[in-house]
Design a binder for this molecule. Structure first.
Ligand code: DC
Length: 210
């Protein structure tokens, strides 16, 4: 079984994907981490993430060790990821890896959950179930601020809100695989819904499908 979960940053899709994978014994792939790894490899080498050729090269020969680097989660890495994600060749280079994972989940698991921006539309258009998880930009910025504060980092809500909106704009407006719900995706708006409620609702849908 393949479950596709798409949506904007900080809408709660990663938490939902991880919990569904745990509940049903499925493998989980955070595809945003792949774009982040491409962005981080450039930042670490001191290369401008707007450098297309360097981004394409990094994505063709992705250093998977970067997936375990704590800097993968930094705001700057997210910004670089959003930039390299607009390059068609970078997306093409990461496609096989994502599809292979979905079709042959590691450990022989009976299913895979993939989360990202284009899983239901491009990576796995034939996924068995598709969820599109959203929340208002203000709520997502509030969550991101709280997460950073919980980690003891300084967080500026106004700046984070600006960043969330800029990232949405870039992810939705890009020509290649823009962020949008697949026609057959189930919409989950988490603005006023706690993650437990979101999880219970989605888990029931998966159980009904099995
Ligand atoms: O979900 P995230 O913040 O880790 O994603 C980082 C960036 O990667 C985000 O700005 C959009 C991009 N991305 C993408 O274009 N396609 C995906 N399937 C996943 C992420």
């Amino acid at each position: 079984m393949i479950i596709a979960i798409d949506g904007p940053a900080a809408a709660g899709k990663g938490t939902l994907a991880r919990r569904l994978a745990r509940e049903f014994g499925f493998a989980y792939l955070d595809t945003g981490a792949l774009y982040r790894a491409v962005g981080l490899s450039l930042l670490k080498a001191g290369i401008d993430p707007n450098d297309r050729d360097a981004a394409i090269e990094a994505s063709a020969d992705l250093d998977l060790e970067l997936l375990a680097d704590p800097a993968l989660r930094a705001e700057a890495t997210g910004g670089a990821a959003s930039l390299v994600a607009g390059i068609p060749e970078v997306r093409a280079n990461l496609l096989d890896l994502q599809r292979n994972y979905a079709m042959n989940p590691p450990g022989g698991k009976p299913g895979a959950v993939l989360d990202g921006r284009d899983i239901g539309t491009v990576v796995c258009p034939d996924a068995d179930l598709k969820f599109f998880v959203t929340a208002s930009a203000e709520e997502r910025a509030r969550r991101r601020t709280a997460e950073m504060e919980a980690r003891g980092e300084a967080a500026d809500y106004a700046a984070i809100l600006r960043d969330v909106k800029a990232r949405d704009e870039r992810d939705m407006k890009r020509a290649e695989a823009p962020l949008k719900p697949a026609d057959d995706a189930l919409l989950l708006d988490t603005t006023n819904l706690a993650i437990d409620a979101v999880f219970l609702r989605a888990a029931k849908i998966v159980r009904d499908w099995l």
